[in-house]
Design a protein around this ligand. Structure first.
Ligand SMILES: Cc1ncc(COP(=O)(O)O)c(C=O)c1O
Length: 403
């Protein structure tokens, strides 16, 4: 009786491993690394439970895999051109616009290549808007703990940047903004939401109050909400990512972080006022005035976004946002209980703590940081959908063993 069962199990295993094999050992090894590491991928802000399996099944069964799909052109301008997924991209923008406090008739947006691409548009649009309105080049103000893409993009766009000091938890200090403000030039604010390592959220109300004291300075505000722009709209803190509440002009969010797209993409939204005051380039072969930066764009990412809106949607995203918040609090409590020095910012799903052994950092793919004010070597966990309480328990028990 035992022999046939064992045989059955062996056949199952053989079939399963055969189905998994690509025929290339290098590729199979690589796949194994990801399949094993996926569940303990704690240090980086991506949702490792991408709900796109059925999308791929549909994609293959519909024969879309043999077609070259491209979304070149402005997705918000309807044209007679039918070979694109612009109609889906417009649906995606229409769905997210109210979640970020934009009026449906006063928004322009697109599905970007990444959070960085969204920041590129946010900074570029801001610089051109301020210049076209005032005839003066703006100065960019950004916190010294904001994501490096902002500094890199300012470099690329040849913009003058003032790095404004942040407090020990990573938030831009309003008094430091006041000190660095040049009132003779327009201000291009980049608000970090949040900062890369500590997950800090710049206090937009306090920073806006500083700017309001200088009505002579024309201000444009871009919010870099790559990570937090994903889950905050589904929480009680949704006003923090609302254009109508916070008065920002543009916002960038990553699609592959909270929303669970399985490869880089993002959202960029701005008001019509900003869009309408960009430099014009009429491109006849694309049927219009191309204000955005990229020509060829991925046509599949808007489809995936659209699919997720139908299949996951508001209620499930709200549940996931609550789960993330409660697991973040749980992780912090558990670290405190074992006496492991740890910190986190309000509204944030990032907990940073004294750096554990190299082996644990490696096993849990932790991201590393350094700050003398917190005792030197640090690491962080970004609590995404796959970082559940059970996995946190295993992580804590691994930490405990190393002490
Ligand atoms: C606040 C912030 N801005 C920008 C980025 C860059 O986004 P992406 O990796 O989508 O280009 C990140 C990535 O982690 C981030 O956390």
């Amino acid at each position: 009786m035992r022999k046939p069962i064992m045989l059955f199990v062996a056949i199952l295993i053989a079939t399963f491993s055969f189905a998994q094999s690509s025929g290339f050992s290098k590729l199979d090894e690589w796949t194994k690394v990801w399949r094993e590491g996926q569940q303990t991928y704690f240090g980086y802000p991506v949702n490792q439970e991408s709900p796109l399996h059925e999308f791929y099944e549909w994609y293959l069964s519909a024969g879309m895999d043999v077609i070259n799909l491209n979304n070149a052109g402005d997705p918000m301008t309807e044209t007679p051109w039918r070979m694109s997924s612009h109609a889906f991209e417009r649906d995606v923008i229409a769905y997210f616009a109210p979640l970020y406090g934009f009026d449906k008739d006063d928004v322009w947006g697109l599905v970007t290549h990444s959070g960085t691409d969204g920041n590129n548009h946010g900074i570029y649009f801001g610089a051109k808007y301020l210049y076209n309105k005032t005839g003066k080049q703006p100065i960019v103000y950004v916190s010294d703990e904001a994501h490096y893409s902002n500094m890199r993009l300012c470099d690329l766009q040849n913009l003058e940047v003032r790095l404004v000091k942040s407090d020990s938890m990573g938030r831009m200090i309003p008094e430091e903004l006041e000190k660095s403000l040049d009132v003779s030039r327009p201000a291009l604010m980049v608000y970090a939401m949040g900062s890369t390592f500590k997950g800090a959220i710049d206090d937009q109300a306090a920073l806006n109050a500083v700017l309001d004291n200088h009505p002579e300075v024309m201000v444009y505000r871009h919010v870099d909400a790559a990570l937090f722009g994903g889950y905050l709209p589904f929480t009680a803190y949704k006003d923090m990512v609302s254009h109508s509440q916070m008065r920002f002009d543009a916002i960038a969010i990553s699609g592959h972080k909270f929303f669970g797209l399985d490869s880089p993409c993002g959202l960029f939204l701005c008001t019509r006022e900003i869009y309408d005051n960009q430099n014009n380039y009429n491109v006849t072969y694309l049927n219009g005035n191309m204000k955005m930066i990229n020509c060829s764009r991925d046509a599949v990412q808007p489809l995936k976004f659209w699919w997720l809106i139908q299949k996951v949607g508001y209620e499930k995203w709200s549940e996931q946002a609550n789960q993330i918040m409660s697991c973040t609090a749980y992780l912090k409590e558990q670290l405190e209980q074992i006496g492991w020095p740890c910190w986190s910012n309000a509204y944030s799903n990032t907990v940073f703590f004294k750096r554990p052994s190299q082996a644990i950092c490696y096993e849990y793919t932790l991201a590393l940081g350094y700050d003398d004010r917190f005792g030197g070597e640090l690491a962080h966990v970004v609590v995404m959908q796959h970082v559940t309480k059970e996995k946190i328990d295993r992580f804590i028990s691994a930490l405990r063993k190393t002490r």
